[in-house]
Design a protein around this ligand. Structure first.
Ligand code: NDP
Length: 452
């Protein structure tokens, strides 16, 4: 494996979830590893994605908890919220994780270059700041993805999920472009923190790919909580007024929406600009994704790619698995392949939704004859909190085998409950296996084994 001809056995570009895992595992197999990162070690998930977002979800949830507190006998005389306190606490936690990730690389003796690297050939990269050329037996591209900024006049006045964690003050009015993961997660956060939120999408669909029943439920609950929606309204332009407010002009709408902040959350594209892929003949697909085979190898034999830059499944745990499998295969002599079936996912909207396997529509197309079981219930917490919001669980079963082929949930703690249930779905358990399991009472999760 070690080839003295090269400076390193592995040079990783991008120290995010996939890159850090691959570096650490390759080093633990004895490889001499270096990693280049142009921003901060940790990548999108840790620095400006999943982790800080989840902390903001937790922070915003106190609004509901404080309202409920009185029902439980607590006197809460005066409540208030201070955005800088939450923001800075979240950013401090990001710093902590950045330090922990850096320490992991240090412990594994992975050399770190905090600058941009460009591929100059199948076995070489050039560092942007120092100008240094480095050679390596293998190169791994793990540069992730970057928010798409749609092409309309004035889009430079909008922020993306990169900037949203650093807002100087809490906006009063927020307009969000897009109705996917990021849009609905931040709609929930800002709404709970007391901002007026309007979600604007180019189509009439929210959370494309999720089960329709859950999507309708989310729409209904979030509208009742005060979030406004505008569908089939592509942005025409954004104008910044002299008073600093923004006007969002939408197609088919006579008047603009007025906002302090406009967040564009219209997808993320593979981050390949300036990587020098052409210098090593690395092929790219239509969406800018680096094309790889099932061993993560690109069209250049010595160059591999994992994570969002390959635009297969844009989820952190997948990037981590891909990074691990690459390092185990190339440096640990283990033939590990990723199984992309039954990947659980969640949207941390308020309420959250979570899902694994096929939606009802997908299952009908694939299996023809299916059975759908559901539970539409009002969680005890909501009854006591005088909130009419109902949870909805749906189980999709192959009629021929009784095997569960999809499980979809919206309601409090849905992601926590679904992760455990996803093991059963992945293992191919049947509806009867669930029916044979005694309910754990009182819980929301018991609905899983009581579905009719
Ligand atoms: P999504 O793909 O989830 O949603 C994109 C939204 O933007 C859709 O509503 C889409 O509309 C709309 N859109 C797409 N292109 C355009 C365009 N050119 N102009 C106007 N609107 C457009 O993207 P996100 O940015 O929310 O998230 C990116 C990815 O990050 C996700 O796909 C997910 O994989 C990952 N992520 C995962 C999270 C989690 O696991 N909880 C959290 C956050 C992100 P339409 O539906 O009509 O196509």
């Amino acid at each position: 494996m070690a080839d003295p001809e090269y400076d390193f056995d592995l040079f990783v570009i991008g120290a995010g979830s996939g890159g850090v895992r691959a570096s650490r595992i390759a080093a633990s197999h004895g490889a001499r590893v270096a990693v280049a990162e142009e921003y901060r070690i940790g990548g999108t998930c840790v620095i400006r994605g999943c982790v800080p977002k989840k902390l903001l979800v937790y922070g915003s949830h106190f609004a509901e908890e404080l309202q409920d507190a009185a029902n439980y006998g607590w006197t809460v005389d005066k409540t208030g919220f201070d955005w800088p306190t939450l923001r800075d606490a979240v950013l401090r936690d990001v710093d902590r994780l950045n330090t922990a990730y850096t320490a992991t690389l240090e412990t594994h003796k992975v050399d770190r270059f905090l600058e941009r690297a460009t591929i100059t050939g199948p076995h070489s990269v050039k560092l942007a700041d120092s100008g240094r050329e480095i050679t390596a037996g293998h190169i791994l591209i793990a540069t992730g993805a970057w928010p798409v900024r749609p092409d309309f006049e004035g889009s430079e006045h909008c922020i993306t999920s990169n900037e949203v964690f650093h807002l100087e003050k809490l906006p009063r009015k927020v307009v969000i472009a897009g109705a996917g993961y990021i849009a609905l997660e931040f709609a929930g956060i800002f709404n709970a923190l007391g901002c007026h939120v309007t979600v604007v999408n180019r189509s009439e669909t929210l959370l494309r790919g999720y089960d329709e029943g859950l999507r309708d439920r989310l729409l209904q609950i979030t509208m009742a909580r005060g979030i406004e929606y505008k569908f089939n309204c592509p942005f025409e332009k954004v104008v910044k007024r002299d008073d600093g407010c923004l006007e969002a002009w939408l197609n088919n709408q006579p008047d603009p929406l007025i906002a302090d902040v406009i967040l564009v959350a219209t997808g993320r594209r593979p981050k390949i600009e300036g990587l020098g892929l052409e210098n090593a003949g690395v092929e790219v697909g239509e969406r800018g994704e680096i094309k790889v085979d099932d061993t993560a190898k690109t069209s250049c034999d010595s160059i591999y790619a994992v994570g969002d830059v390959t635009d297969r499944v844009q989820l952190t745990p997948i990037a981590i698995r891909e990074g691990q499998a690459f390092a185990d295969r190339v440096f640990g002599n283990k033939d590990v392949r990723i199984n992309y079936d039954c990947i659980p996912s969640a949207v941390f909207s308020q309420p959250p939704l979570a899902s694994v396997g096929l939606t009802e529509g997908q299952a009908r197309n694939k299996y023809g004859s299916i059975k759908v079981f559901s539970s539409d219930f009002r969680p005890m917490k909501n009854v006591f909190g005088h909130r009419p919001e109902r949870g909805l669980y749906k189980m999709i079963v192959d009629a021929a085998t009784d095997k569960i082929i999809g499980l979809h949930m919206i309601g409090p703690e849905a992601p926590e409950i679904l992760q455990a249930a996803a093991i059963a779905v992945k293992a191919g358990l049947t509806k009867d296996d669930f029916d044979q399991t005694v309910a754990l009472h009182p819980s929301m999760a018991e609905e899983l084994v009581l579905m009719k």
